[in-house]
Design a protein around this ligand. Structure first.
Ligand SMILES: Cc1cc2nc3c(=O)[nH]c(=O)nc-3n(C[C@H](O)[C@H](O)[C@H](O)COP(=O)(O)OP(=O)(O)OC[C@H]3O[C@@H](n4cnc5c(N)ncnc54)[C@H](O)[C@@H]3O)c2cc1C
Length: 464
């Protein structure tokens, strides 16, 4: 199997005029060093510069900014609203309401930011449609809405099969819930655009500059193969790489693949199916199918939960074409039996799944000047914007709604030690697959598969 550049990333790099990869050579001092140039690191840097332009900020990335999840994700702009019940359990009703509203606002703020800074990220704020493709999914589809309605913040509308099939382009989708506070974008164009804006604001970005060691202290020393960064403040924004590289995070996330397949352009065929909009569509499986079209008439379909990484190792498989391409093609056929697309490419990537399904931020224990954020659980396109608010507020030692938020108080649970973690994950995964296959055939799933599947869906709506 050959290395497969994620399609989006290649597309975004092809549009850039500036050369990439300014590597750090020698020693440098700065006010804030950020390790990781994905959405989390870049939004943090931008928000720091917006609030405190006098601060010098350095970002280092081991490859090119956006080469991680930010440059290869599905580009579905989704909010925290379907996780409301989990947020209430973790942080209380008032903070849960605030977080849901902030995430919904963030959808529009990201679009505004891109307009203002001329980032052409193909953003289409056409909403999101969560669908049910069988009776069990139908029965559970509206579960998240009751609590949102009681709290007076429900933006979801229940939609009948006519609406759902019209907009989703698939007769497989029998019912749905729709929100306008959502949409889709080209993820790599966003992250590369953020890197450009960060540079324009004065952030010094060094690509192809991996952190090799960190020496903590009042002034943190970050070593790279050919240089050092000295900074009184450090932000760890390495996402999926953090669990293996840094012991405190070894059990707070698991790495799970999300696999994607994209067609060549077929705008006429998509228009005929009314699939020429930017709505993000997802079914209600635990390991969800998600799909959307692109402005140039491609159809992308993804599926989460296929490959678990033992010991959170960043497997080379995460950088190759999807090992689940055959399964993705079958899903394509199930959703769109009348289409006979030419496929452009498949790829995959590691999602950082937290115990709660909700991201977490905080200060490293015993190192007050080191902040971190991760655990987006496949829902990071919009939530990383909030991550930028939290991390910039922590760095600037502000006393505000972000630093007081329960989300800024660290991880809310650990996964088991290996080998039990991977063993357990694979048992649960097989149960979920068996249960969902039975449900697709409108058959009753086995009792034990239902019980084990509850472990995977404990955090509420499934993730990419
Ligand atoms: C295939 C896939 C599909 C997804 N689909 C969606 C979706 O449709 N909607 C959604 O909301 N979310 C989705 N997500 C999740 C979303 O992409 C992530 O939550 C988000 O991109 C996380 O951003 P980040 O900046 O924290 O991490 P990343 O973008 O992964 O950035 C981390 C960066 O750290 C760098 N790094 C790592 N180690 C080092 C080191 N030692 N030294 C220097 N740099 C280092 C990496 O090179 C990388 O650039 C998906 C994720 C995947 C993998």
């Amino acid at each position: 199997m050959s290395i497969a550049q994620p399609f989006w990333f290649e597309q975004a790099l092809a549009q850039e005029r500036a050369s990439q990869g300014n590597t750090l050579q020698g020693k440098t001092s700065t006010d804030v060093c950020i390790i990781g140039g994905g959405y989390t690191g870049l939004w943090t840097a931008i928000k720091l510069k917006q609030q405190a332009p006098e601060k010098d900020v350095v970002i280092i990335d081991k490859g090119l900014c956006g080469q991680g999840a930010s440059g290869r994700n599905g580009g579905c702009m989704l909010t925290l609203s379907t996780k409301f019940a989990t947020l209430v359990r973790l942080f209380g009703q008032t903070e849960a309401i605030r977080l849901v509203k902030a995430s919904e606002q963030a959808v529009f703020d990201i679009a505004d930011f891109c307009t203002q800074h001329k980032i052409d990220a193909d953003i289409r704020l056409d909403g999101a449609l969560y669908t049910a493709t069988n009776s069990v999914q139908k029965a559970n589809l509206q579960n998240p809405l009751a609590a949102l309605t009681m709290a007076g913040i429900n933006q979801w509308q229940v939609k009948d099969s006519e609406f759902v099939q019209h907009y989703s382009g698939s007769a497989l989708n029998q019912q749905g819930i729709f929100t306008a506070a959502a949409g889709s974008l080209q993820p790599a164009k966003l992250v590369r655009g953020l890197a450009r804006v960060a540079r324009q604001l004065g952030v010094r970005i060094f690509e192809n500059t991996p952190m090799t060691t960190i020496a903590y202290g009042n002034v943190v020393k970050v070593t790279t193969p050919s240089g050092e960064v000295h900074a009184p403040r450090l932000v760890l924004a390495m996402n999926a790489w953090m669990a293996k590289a840094l012991k405190p995070f070894s059990r707070s996330i698991v790495l799970v693949s999300s696999d994607m397949l994209i067609t060549k352009p077929m705008p006429e065929a998509l228009a005929a199916m009314h699939l020429n909009h930017g709505m993000a569509v997802a079914d209600s499986r635990i390991f969800v199918h998600y799909y959307r079209s692109t402005p140039d008439g491609r159809l992308m379909l993804g599926k989460g939960g296929n490959l678990f990484a033992y010991g959170n190792k960043m497997l080379s498989l995460f950088d190759k074409k999807s090992a689940y391409q055959g399964m993705l093609k079958q899903s394509f056929e199930r959703f769109f039996p009348s289409l006979t697309p030419d496929f452009e490419r498949s790829w995959t990537g590691a999602s950082d799944r937290s115990v709660t399904g909700v991201p977490f931020f905080g200060r490293l224990e015993g190192q007050n000047n080191v902040c971190y954020g991760l655990g987006y659980s496949g829902n990071g396109v919009v939530q990383s914007y909030l991550g930028g608010d939290i991390l910039s507020s922590l760095v600037l030692e502000q006393d505000n709604e972000w630093t007081r938020s329960g989300m800024a108080k660290g991880s809310r649970g650990n996964f088991p030690f290996e080998p039990f973690r991977t063993l357990g994950a694979n048992i649960v995964r097989k149960s979920v697959l068996r249960k969902e296959a039975m449900e697709d055939k409108e058959q009753k799933a086995f009792w034990f598969d239902n019980q084990l599947a509850k472990l995977a869906s404990a955090a509420g709506k499934a993730d990419k």
